[in-house]
Design a protein around this ligand. Structure first.
Ligand code: ZN
Length: 678
């Protein structure tokens, strides 16, 4: 009998009262600050037990109280919660700044590194001390009191600006819909998307069909609607969200937020003595110098641009042949790509939906990781969540020992932030009584919700997204590190974080895993060979275009943070336009304000770090090649990946971990091969 996940360790989402959040957090912060002062009054020397462990206890207590609030703010926002979040966030920011600028605390931690017996500590413990010393310096512990207070101000500003950026984006995404009543207007739309549009209209008590700017609704509409004018309307509304352009121009405009965020980051970097925020950002990453990042991205661009150009010419020729279109526009690209793919390979993403009902996909995914890592996953009912469709699972190792838990919240809905991500609810660590705190993850996606009494049906792209996020979850959940700050994804350099996630995507292209996760929701038949073959044949369809799109985002983010100069007039659009000259195969219309919804870099952790996706893909492709060589279910290869990569978290340098698994440093060849641009 397996031990059930102890419910008492989980947050009670039903009873989080927005009115109490600020006071609760405030009390906790004050308690922590008093305890830190007490710790620093100790006589004698510092070590793990009398400094590091109590510090970790405090930071865990704060995380456990704040994480459910921050999570709800992302997935089930209410006015009261937004207000409470915005009132509380400055307190937390101030607390972190105060801690990271505390000279006495810095000296106490540094004194451990100077002890003669420092090297006797576990390598993981040494790593924590080294990371802390680095981070104290990056936070300005050495600055004069005036500069320290300037730094504190900057951090407050930044956190406010980023929150505002994402609030504007959420409001703008939900602040526009397209309502049509004529059946002809929805011509071309596949059944699931049609049903969603009807459902959206019903929810609003309207006749006919409603399209929203939520990704599942928008992306299928712009890909399938035969009506070019409607596609244009949708594209214009989507790509001008939260900007000075489009149907809601100026209403939730992020223009000033973007400039202010860049300026605040620039000032932070300068205060610490770095040339730019890009330099500052690299201080904690694998790629140490900007030149390394730029040459990596430019090399990939050189290799993929000619392929992307050829792919685009094919779309143009096809649109001309099919519909006599001479002036192909940005809102036509997804539409004709889909039709072209259909003509060349005789399938669409929608053909997959009936074969990927959500429960089959999840059970198949759990069987897959059981075969690779020997772990077992079991659903737990009656766990308090924030939405009736959210589920909770417990994870056991091959000895049936409870190791972790995770929530999954898969469907798009109102008041939920767009996109897919993993976040931490609880982090693994050893508590002062010697027991282990189990890690718990939040897995969040925005798939098309189940409509019309059918189970939720996924596309192959959705399946890849789910595998990706589950890869992050495994990294978080399978860690064996006992210390909070380097356990799971903590302390892992940002440009290595996407390694375990992108690694998982590879399995979505293999026959056996696909047969585990597919069963027609009516007939039970698994993915037919013919459809599988078509998918494999089409694997490299437009990979050049996809590659340069990612490179455009990465180059824009990096060069923007590298070149930002407050003495110049705003450069953001100019830099984006310059990069697009090198990357884009089709110049986007002048009203396009993609940057105003680029939450990864303006509201998330990817600033001067979006390149991480490609950087880590080199690692993931090369690691997966090892599985291809030894057999994708080879238990020894699985064990080695689990032990050398997933279990060690941030406790050692990712290059050391990679070499331990692969036997050599990573090479770009596997990525090129995988992308069909080798
Ligand atoms: Zn990811």
């Amino acid at each position: 009998m397996k031990e059930a996940f102890p419910k008492t360790l989980l947050p009670d989402f039903q009873h989080i009262d927005p009115k109490q959040i600020k006071d609760n957090i405030n009390d906790l912060l004050n308690k922590n600050l008093t305890m830190i002062d007490k710790l620093l009054e100790q006589n004698g020397s510092y070590f793990g037990d009398n400094l590091m462990q109590p510090l970790e206890d405090m930071s865990d207590a704060l995380h456990k109280t704040w994480s459910p609030v921050a999570h709800l703010h992302s997935v089930k926002e209410t006015e009261a919660l937004r207000k409470a979040y915005n009132e509380t966030l400055p307190l937390i920011t101030a607390y972190h700044t105060r801690l990271s600028q505390n000279t006495r605390l810095f000296e106490a931690i540094s004194s451990i590194a100077e002890r003669t017996d420092f090297k006797k500590l576990l390598p993981a413990q040494q790593k924590i001390i080294e990371n802390d010393i680095r981070d104290f310096k990056l936070a300005g512990v050495h600055l004069s009191p005036e500069k320290k207070s300037r730094m504190a101000e900057l951090q407050q500003q930044l956190s406010k600006l980023c929150t505002k950026f994402s609030e504007n984006l959420l409001d703008a995404t939900h602040g526009w819909t397209l309502h049509v009543t004529d059946e002809n207007d929805i011509s071309g739309l596949p059944p699931q998307a049609r049903q969603l549009a009807i459902d959206n209209a019903k929810q609003r008590k309207l006749p006919g069909y409603v399209f929203t700017l939520d990704f599942p609704s928008y992306s299928t509409a712009v890909k399938f609607l035969d009506n070019r004018e409607l596609r244009q309307k949708l594209y214009a509304a989507y790509t001008t969200r939260a900007s000075d352009q489009g149907p809601n121009a100026g209403k939730w405009d992020n223009t000033h937020n973007i400039e202010a965020i860049l300026k605040t980051r620039y000032d932070t970097a300068k205060l610490i003595g770095h040339e730019s925020f890009a330099h500052y950002s690299l201080a904690t990453k694998m790629a140490k110098q900007p030149e390394k990042v730029l040459s990596f991205l430019n090399d990939l661009l050189q290799r993929s641009k000619p392929i992307a150009k050829k792919e685009f010419d094919e779309i143009k020729t096809y649109a001309k042949k099919r519909d006599d279109i001479d002036d192909i526009a940005a809102w036509d690209v997804a539409y004709y790509s889909e039709k072209l793919q259909h003509e060349k390979f005789d399938f669409t993403q929608e053909d997959f939906r009936p074969y990927f009902p959500i429960n089959k996909v999840l059970n198949g995914l759990f069987t897959l990781v059981n075969r690779i890592y020997g772990i077992h996953i079991k659903e737990e009912k009656n766990i308090s969540t924030w939405d009736p469709q959210t589920r909770f699972f417990a994870l056991y190792d091959s000895n049936d020992e409870l190791r972790a838990g995770f929530y999954i919240d898969l469907f798009s809905r109102q008041h939920k932030r767009d996109g897919a991500w993993m976040d931490e609810c609880l982090t693994r660590r050893k508590l002062s009584d010697g027991s282990i705190q189990y890690p718990v993850a939040y897995l969040t996606c925005n798939f098309m919700r189940p409509v019309d009494d059918q189970p939720a049906l996924l596309t192959h792209d959705d399946v890849i997204t789910l595998f990706h996020e589950f890869g992050h979850c495994l990294h978080h959940m399978l860690t064996k590190v006992d210390f909070l700050s380097i356990s799971g994804i903590n302390g892992v350099p940002w440009d290595a974080v996407e390694f375990p996630s992108q690694f998982m995507e590879n399995f979505c292209w293999e026959k056996e895993p696909l047969s585990l996760i597919s069963a027609h929701y009516k007939t039970g038949e698994s993915l037919p060979d013919a459809l599988y073959q078509k998918m494999v044949d089409a694997k490299h369809f437009q990979t050049g275009i996809q590659m340069i799109r990612q490179l455009e985002f990465a180059l824009f983010d990096f060069r923007l943070h590298l070149a930002f100069d407050p003495d110049q007039p705003p450069q953001t659009q100019k830099i984006l336009d310059e990069i697009r000259k090198e990357t884009a195969v089709l110049k986007p219309p002048a009203f396009n304000r993609f940057q105003h919804s680029f939450a990864h870099i303006f509201a998330g952790g990817y600033a001067a770090g979006y390149y991480s996706y490609k950087w880590a893909e080199v690692l993931s492709a090369d690691a997966y090649a090892q599985f291809e060589e030894n057999g994708i279910f080879d238990p020894l290869t699985g064990k080695s990946f689990m032990e050398n990569i997933l279990e060690v978290g941030g406790s050692r340098d990712p290059m050391t971990s990679f070499v331990a698994f692969k036997g050599r440093e990573p090479s770009i060849d596997a990525l090129l091969r995988r992308s069909g641009i080798g």
